[in-house]
Structures are given as C-alpha cells and as structure tokens.
Design a protein around this ligand. Structure first.
Ligand SMILES: [Fe+2]
Length: 500
C-alpha cells in the first residue's frame, strides 16, 4: 500500500466529503418516486402531535397524534402542572380513539380519491383524546403514547380564562415552502407573542390537502408549538381535493379526509355533515366570540344562516369572523371569479351585526381596511380616528406572494369600496407585497390591539379599535404609516415553485 501524506489524506477526505454531500443533497430532492424523508415516515412513536379546542376552551382541549398502523391502543396522560420535579406522579391515563387512514386511498363520504402521490406510503393511525371538565386559566401537563413504552415528552397547555385580557396569533396561508420557509414565521410568532393563547390558521395551511408530504412539512415546521398552543384551523381551497362520487359518476371537490383525522374540532350538530369540524364557534372569553367559516365550497346558505343566528344571540363585546376567502374584495381579484356567492351569503350578515373584525387569507398579500360608518374619506392618514362598522384584514404567512403586487395592483384588487362587494365605504389603509407576516391580536375590555409583524419580528402595521359611547373607533399606531413594502422597493422575488 502506498503511504499517504497527511496533506493528501486531507485532500482525499475533502473530495470524498464533497462527493458525499453532492449525493446526499441530490437524494433529498423528493419526487413521487423517491423515499419519504424520516420526518414524514410514521413509527411506533407519536408524531404530528397537536392541541385544538373542540368544545368549551376554558374547560378543555383536545389532542390528536399519529403513529404507524401497528399501534392499536394509544394513551394520553394528563395532570395539573406544578413546579414539582415529579409533577407527573398523579397523572390520569386516558385511552385514545383511533382512526385508520390509508394514505394511498383516501376515502370521504362522497367518494374515494386515489392519489398516486401517496402510493407506497403506509397506512397510518390517528389517535385523539378530548379533555373536558378542566379548570379555566390553568396549566395542564400532558403526554401521549404510541407503541408500548413509546411516550412523547410532556407538553404544557393552558386552558382559556373566563374573562380578562386575551391574545392570539393569526396566520394567513402557509401553503408553500412550509418546512423550509414558513418555519421561521411560526417560530418568530412564538418568540414575539409568547403569551398568545391560541394560533389561528386562516386556510391553505398546505398546497395539496391530500398530500401527506405537505402535512408532514406543516407539522415539522410547527413542531412542539403545535402541541403546546392550541391551533384553530380554518379550511382553505387547498384543503379541498377531487374525489370520484360513485352515486353521480362525477368528480366532486370535498374537504380532505386528512383534515378530520389530523384535527379534533367542534362538531355543530345542526350543520350539514360536510361542514362539521370546518364551521364552528369558540367562546374565547366573556368578551370574545370567534366564528370559523368554510369559504371553500360553493353553497354557503347553511353556514350563513347559522352565523346570523349565532351573532343574533351572542352577547360578547367582540365578535370576530374568520374564513379563508376575502368575500369583501371585488370579484375580479385573484382567483375570486366565483366570489358572487360569498358576497351574497356573508356581506349582509356581517354588515347587519357589525362584526368587529374579519380575518382571512387567500390573496397572498397584506391588506387592512375598514367599513366606515359614513361616506367621508378615511381620516387615518391625517392621524385621526375613523368610526367603523367592521375592520377587514387579508394576510399571508407563506413564501408564496401573489403576482407582482404593485400598489396599483393591490388597490385594484382589494380596495377601496367596489360597489359589487356591498361595502362602498370600505377604506384600504395599509397594504404590503412580498412580505410574509403574522398578526398578534390582544383584547382587553373595550380595546382591541392589532399588530402585523414581519418574519424578522418588527411591526409593519398596527391599530387599535376602541368601543365607547356606542361608537367603534379605529386609530393607527406609529408603524401603520411607515413606507409601504411592495415589489418595487423590496428584494428580488423569483417565485415559490423551487422551495423545498
Ligand atoms: Fe386560497
């Protein structure tokens, strides 16, 4: 054997390392024909662990997790959290409900979707436990088990209070580059708003609702945050999938079966079965009532009637509506050609009850506007408050930013008061392009504070809504009048198709 000099050995190892790196990086480009990454594959250990609210959020929460299909009996342990080193000794053990999902043959009540993309993936088990009868505003420690001995770490989740201040985070579409790019947004939110009581995801959490890989990315990006802080997910159009309806012999679009497997959400008995766990209300406190709608189907009559009835009887100071589509922007807006049915269903109900805040996604841009009480122009630019009926916000948290969003494009697509929307007094007061964001909403008494943060944490937009003497007043914060971020004055944007 030839002796090798130390320099030659070093060069040889460097060259081999580079070759190995090249091979490794090329094998990580996952296609339909390549193996899934380890963070997607199910095992006997619990993964994709998430907390949701499925009933009264002051007195309980639900936990859902996944394992491979060898796990027949899954368990959850829960105990009131204490400072003791062995806080776990009095934990109560609960048996989970288990549901099998065959990823290569997703089934929905309306038919079966054969998805070649998931072929080769294993059947998986989703497990869930609903915790009820807990104490309000109380921290609980809990963990979940898959196969015998395979326990997750302990998580700590706080139930909501009966009243008092409350804050939550609202995200628009995560959708593309979820693990690679959206992860920094949810982690920034967790740093900025450490005391947020829940995270609201306003639809299009993923790009392809029937692709297990997309969901693997969403769960990987959020990691333990999804487990500790309850999520309030909203259905978007990308959570709908085509299925073959055997009765009619036609294709239909339905909510992906992975939605109800992966989340445990409130069931509203009076709504049609296909809207359950997609349309629901959460009484977040005495002061705050949140209404989650599904704007992805084409018929909205049942949920509009339900919303009208809910708003009629709600005595909360603050009523917030969320859905995915911005029904309040013109029909020619991005992919909103079918918006007439949404406008017909929701404009009158929201206007009639003067809903305080409507928060949505879908357009992949940022816009904040108000439905003014009168026909005078907005006074915010002059540093004065507006009297409003409803504040509307569109936002996006993902790296897909739509079109080349010049100020003219945004104004044309989302603002000011187009007659067909039924909101002729809509004033658009802050916009942004090329800027993924997350929003922190804090409510205390008669005051709602709203801050939109960029992914590096700074505040891009802020306003308060104050209720007094029967009036609702919007006031701008300092950052609301800074430079407008648009494609013209921000970094190059080559697209989102290459994100991974
Ligand atoms: Fe969308």
């Amino acid at each position: 054997m030839q002796p090798t000099s130390s320099r030659g050995l070093s060069y040889d190892l460097t060259a081999r390392a580079l070759t190995l790196l090249t091979v490794l990086s090329s094998t990580c480009i996952v296609t339909a024909h390549q193996p899934s990454p380890p963070w997607q594959e199910p095992t006997g250990w619990p993964d994709r662990i998430i907390a949701n609210f499925d009933a009264d959020p002051a007195r309980g929460f639900a936990v859902t997790w996944r394992t491979d299909s060898t796990v027949g009996t899954a368990l959850l342990q829960v105990v009131r959290a204490t400072p003791d080193a062995r806080f776990d000794l009095k934990a109560e053990t609960k048996k989970a409900k288990t549901e099998i999902v065959k990823l290569d043959q997703l089934t929905a009540p309306a038919g079966t979707a054969v998805r070649p993309f998931n072929q080769g993936s294993q059947a998986v088990h989703y497990h869930s436990v609903s915790l009820r009868g807990l104490e309000p505003d109380t921290l609980y420690a809990w963990r979940v088990r898959g196969r015998l001995g395979c326990w997750s770490e302990w998580f700590q989740t706080r139930t909501l209070g009966i009243d008092g201040p409350i804050s939550f985070v609202y995200f628009g579409d995560a959708q593309n580059g979820i693990r690679s790019h959206w992860s920094r947004v949810i982690r920034a939110a967790h740093t900025v708003a450490g005391d947020a009581k829940f995270y609201l995801h306003a639809g299009d959490l993923v790009d392809k609702g029937d692709h297990d890989r997309d969901w693997a990315e969403w769960f990987a990006a959020g990691g333990h945050i999804h487990a500790q802080i309850p999520s309030v997910p909203v259905v978007g159009n990308h959570e709908y999938i085509p299925v073959f309806d055997e009765k009619s012999g036609k294709k239909r679009r339905v909510l992906t079966p992975l939605w109800r497997a992966q989340f445990t959400l409130p069931i509203v008995e009076e709504l049609p079965e296909d809207l359950q766990e997609a349309v629901y209300a959460l009484r977040c406190s005495q002061e705050v009532h949140l209404f989650v709608l599904n704007s992805a189907p084409s018929d909205f009559a049942a949920q509009a009637a339900w919303l009208d009835e809910q708003l009629e009887t709600s005595d909360a100071t603050w009523r917030i509506v969320t859905m995915h589509h911005p029904y309040f922007v013109p029909m020619h807006s991005n992919r909103l050609d079918d918006n007439a049915a949404r406008i017909a269903a929701f404009t009158e109900v929201v206007n009639k009850h003067e809903v305080d805040l409507v928060i949505v996604g879908h357009i992949h841009t940022y816009m904040r506007g108000s439905n003014l009480q009168n026909t005078e122009p907005s006074r915010l630019a002059a540093g004065k408050p507006n009297d409003v009926k409803t504040v509307f916000v569109i936002s996006s948290s993902g790296a897909k930013v739509g079109g080349q969003q010049s100020e003219a494009w945004i104004k044309d697509h989302v603002g000011d008061g187009k007659p067909e929307t039924g909101l002729p007094n809509l004033s658009v007061d802050r916009v942004a392009g090329n800027t993924p964001m997350f929003q922190v909403i804090r409510i205390e008494g008669n005051r709602l504070e709203f801050k939109a943060h960029t992914a590096v944490g700074n505040v891009y937009d802020e306003f308060t809504v104050t209720k007094r003497d029967g009036r609702k007043e919007v006031t701008n914060g300092a950052s609301a009048v800074g430079q407008t971020r648009l494609f013209e004055n921000t970094g190059h944007y080559p697209g989102w198709q290459d994100l991974q």
